[in-house]
Design a protein around this ligand. Sequence first.
Ligand SMILES: *[C@@H]1O[C@H](CO)[C@@H](O)[C@H](O)[C@H]1NC(C)=O
Length: 94
Amino acid sequence: MSVKILSITLLLLSICVCCHSEGTHEHPGRIPPCCPAVTKGNMTADVVGQTYHKLAARYHCVKAIIFDTKDGQQLCADPDAQWVKDLTAKMRKV
Ligand SMILES: *[C@@H]1O[C@H](CO)[C@@H](O)[C@H](O)[C@H]1NC(C)=O
């Protein structure tokens, strides 16, 4: 009896682990799922690459544009800032 319960538990556990790891594949690890705040200053000089990501506001996260920076990090920028508009106009959304 208890062996049966144990094997069912293990089965459910392995399904959970499986689904969880599949779920994380949908979001490339590099891209932060959200920005708690955005940079207000003009960070044009630090931005590299030809692509950007757009994030919608949800939970404790704000609406943001994500840029790659010189040091391999991601930068959360204010979509309404003029320097952000200037940059995204020249870049490709991904
Ligand atoms: C931001 O800085 C870049 C160069 O560092 C400059 O070309 C651009 O005009 C600036 N944009 C704004 C909105 O100040």
